[in-house]
Design a protein. Structure first.
Lengths: 263, 257
């Protein structure tokens, strides 16, 4: 972030457990055909920190975390996770890294041919290769209780509401106990009450599992609840960063209009 | 004109390259260990058992209609007694495998294309990949092997049902016992009729599974791409069935005749 000359950084204390940087992004660029989606992204995520990326739709917020998870390959720039260059990893190395990274998709992305229980067991048996059914059941029950859906184990995803799908999606991601969580628009399409519940759940889960998180959203309420630090994105660049309260008082025109529009 | 043709050829060649990469991923994942047996069995049930009625009805009608169409000509030549032999050779060598494969291309390739396409659109495949699981092993390997395994079985069952349809058709105008009819059918079939036909159904099954998986797995992100994937899977798989059939005939002739 410090390398970006245009950025209006607000000096506010940031709450983190340590100063260890788990994700380091510098000068990240990504284009789709002629369209330059990421122009110059710079971000450091510290261990135990919740960073919220705010911005309008279609600005490439999701592209950033898809690059982190290795779903997209950036055109240029540095991108390291736990000190290892994601862009140079082969398939097996990416697979190992992904075990440490949880990714909550906008829709929850539940496997719709499986029950909730099977959805939750999938990463345990395929990724962690657990064989002990007792341990699997225990983990499933633990995460289901954690997200407040202990009685949904035998339901199909089609029987769940939007909010419930996101909770189960979160449970499926947390069941392997990742060190980093990437949230892609976790509250989009939900009513304000459910949005708040999901935001509080994210915060609670972060405290319980001690994850470091990047939360992509355009929901200010979600940002207010979950963020230790907020970065604002516009035109493929991060244009401001600081605590939620500091950005609310920012002099930057775009940041001000973004915060005022959503009031 | 050239401005339109060159990009189209370029896209076609890129498609061939992508299919080569996809095939390599498929082969590598077969031997990667941790074969998904439960998903394979589920796919065999979905692909095989659930297609049985359709294949059975179609094969029965094919056997029935073939006899009804052949009979007047055979009667003119005084060769009515050759009807079971003619039907069994036509059915076992060519019509049974091709009709079953075309039915399966319509039912299975489209269903795999639509299912994987919809999983792609709803980010389920991405979710699997990003969790560290192996979507190719779970979704692709199981489906392709199940299809390559079930299409030959469906063809065998379809052949028997088709012969039974022929028996019914003959008995509409003539009178032949069930035992005598099937004895004549089986006596007229040699290994050289059966083995190449059986082997080519394995390739038919592989083509159906591979095309369905490739089209679905590589579909674009958008609801209309699910329809495109399903449609394109049927068209491409059907085309491949005829190409494989043409090659199989040439290879069989070279080896046996």
């Amino acid at each position: 972030m410090a390398d970006n000359k245009d950025i209006s950084t607000v000096d506010q204390p940031v709450k983190t457990d340590t100063n260890e940087v788990v994700i380091h992004i510098k000068g990240l660029k990504k284009s789709f055909g002629e369209k330059e989606v990421l122009r110059d992204i710079n971000l450091d995520l510290k261990r135990g920190e919740n960073v919220v990326v705010l911005g309008r739709s279609g600005q490439g917020k999701s592209v950033t975390i898809q690059c982190i998870a290795g779903l997209l390959t950036p055109d240029d720039g540095e991108l390291t996770v736990f000190g290892e260059d994601v862009t140079q990893m082969n398939e097996d190395e990416l697979k190992q890294l992904r075990i440490k990274i949880g990714f909550l998709f906008q829709s929850g992305a539940l496997y719709d041919s499986m029950t909730v229980r099977e959805n939750l067991e999938f990463p345990l048996t395929r990724v962690l290769k657990l064989k002990d059914q007792q341990e699997i059941d225990q983990r499933v029950e633990e995460v289901l209780e954690g997200v407040g859906l202990a009685d949904a184990a035998d339901k199909m995803p089609s029987d769940l509401s939007g909010g419930m799908r996101k909770r189960i999606g979160l449970a499926r991601t947390l069941i392997v106990k990742p060190e980093i969580m990437l949230y892609d628009e976790p509250t989009t399409g939900l009513d304000p009450i459910t949005s708040r519940e999901i935001s509080e759940l994210i915060l609670n889960m972060q405290r319980k599992y001690k994850t470091s998180s990047i939360i992509i959203t355009h929901d200010l309420e979600c940002a207010k609840i979950t963020a230790d630090r907020v970065v604002v994105m516009n035109d493929g660049e991060y244009i401001a960063e600081g605590t939620y309260e500091a950005l609310q008082a920012s002099e930057n025109e775009f940041v001000r209009s973004f915060f005022n529009e959503q009031k | 004109m050239a401005e339109q043709v060159i990009p189209a050829w370029k896209k076609w060649l890129e498609g061939i390259g992508e299919q080569g990469v996809f095939f390599t991923r498929f082969v590598r994942n077969i031997f990667a260990g941790g074969f998904e047996w439960s998903e394979f069995v589920r796919q065999c049930y979905e692909i095989g058992y659930k297609s049985l009625t359709l294949v059975g009805i179609t094969s029965f009608i094919m056997g029935l209609v073939l006899i009804l169409q052949l009979r007047p000509t055979m009667v003119d030549f005084g060769a009515e007694s050759m009807l079971p032999r003619t039907l069994s050779i036509a059915l076992i060598r060519e019509i049974g495998p091709v009709i079953t494969a075309i039915i399966c291309a319509g039912k299975i390739a489209s269903s795999i294309g639509a299912e994987l396409g919809s999983m792609k659109v709803t980010e389920q495949i991405d979710a699997m990949e990003v969790s560290g699981a192996n979507p190719v092993q779970y979704l692709v390997v199981t489906r392709i092997i199940a299809t390559a395994f079930m299409v030959p079985l469906l063809t065998l069952i379809g052949d028997v049902i088709g012969l039974f349809g022929g028996y019914i058709a003959i008995n509409l105008t003539d009178d032949i016992s069930f035992y005598l009819y099937f004895q004549k059918c089986i006596a007229s079939i040699e290994f050289v009729d059966f083995i190449p036909a059986f082997i080519k159904t394995i390739f038919f099954g592989f083509a159906i599974g591979f095309v369905g998986c490739y089209k679905g797995y590589n579909s674009n992100k958008g609801t209309e791409s699910v329809g495109i994937a399903a449609n394109s899977a049927v068209v491409t798989a059907s085309l491949w069935i005829f190409v494989i059939d043409a090659i199989a005939v040439q290879v069989t002739n070279l080896l046996y005749y």
